[in-house]
Write a protein that binds this ligand. Structure first.
Ligand SMILES: [Fe+2]
Ligand SMILES: [Fe+2]
Length: 214
């Protein structure tokens, strides 16, 4: 009986996580956004604002993917500690999700309409990695977080010079992602070989190209 209840609980929690990730304004950050009221932008032109919005939309979708990945992995992870760690990391990614969404709203934009698609694909990948084994799954987290870190660095350079508020958000995200990558390796994650990483880079390019506008 207990087992049945906990399975239902799991399903409800999963469904709740899907909604929190995909429904606009549903993500609740547990830490305040690094774009505090004291952080002020300099004047930006229309084209600059649109560019910043496109970049922040990419970062937001990246966080949607991170949510889905962690949730998929949490579903199939074998060791309870690993499952727990995945859930904890997913909670931190919720902050990133909410911060990016807030910033997109400030810039007068919208989050990507393709998010449900990327959520589904990432959830599947995460569940698959988790099913293969915890060490592969953790390695996948490490490789993904390293890649996200590189994206964030590139975006901090590419943002309009006057966009200090987006940059403040990305700076804190980069710190958190580096920590996630370290944790995953310390917990026993395998280091992915270069060709696998190259494949991941290619896949992420598909996402970044489509989401910048949509
Ligand atoms: Fe994140
Ligand atoms: Fe992360």
């Amino acid at each position: 009986m207990n087992r049945q209840y906990s399975r239902t609980d799991d399903l409800v929690r999963q469904f709740d996580a899907v909604l929190r990730t995909l429904v606009p304004r549903a993500a609740q950050a547990s830490r305040p956004s690094p774009a505090t009221p004291e952080v002020r932008d300099e004047d930006m032109g229309d084209a600059e604002r649109r560019h910043a919005e496109g970049l922040m939309r990419i970062n937001h979708t990246g966080e949607v993917c991170a949510q889905a990945l962690y949730q998929g992995q949490g579903l199939t992870a074998k060791l309870p500690e690993i499952r727990h760690q995945m859930e904890e990391a997913a909670q931190e990614e919720i902050d990133h999700l909410a911060w990016c969404e807030d910033r997109i709203t400030e810039l007068g934009g919208h989050t990507s309409r393709l998010n449900p698609l990327f959520y589904a694909a990432s959830f599947g990948l995460g569940a698959l990695a988790g099913a293969v084994g915890d060490r592969v799954s953790l390695g996948f987290v490490a490789a993904t977080e390293e890649q996200v870190g590189r994206h964030l660095d590139a975006h901090m350079d590419a943002l309009p010079p006057g966009d200090h508020r987006s940059r403040a958000v990305l700076r804190q995200m980069a710190i958190d992602e580096a920590h996630h990558a370290e944790q995953a390796l310390a917990a026993g994650g395998v280091r992915f070989p270069a060709p696998v990483k190259a494949g991941m880079t290619l896949a992420s390019r598909v996402m970044t190209r489509s989401v910048y506008k949509l």
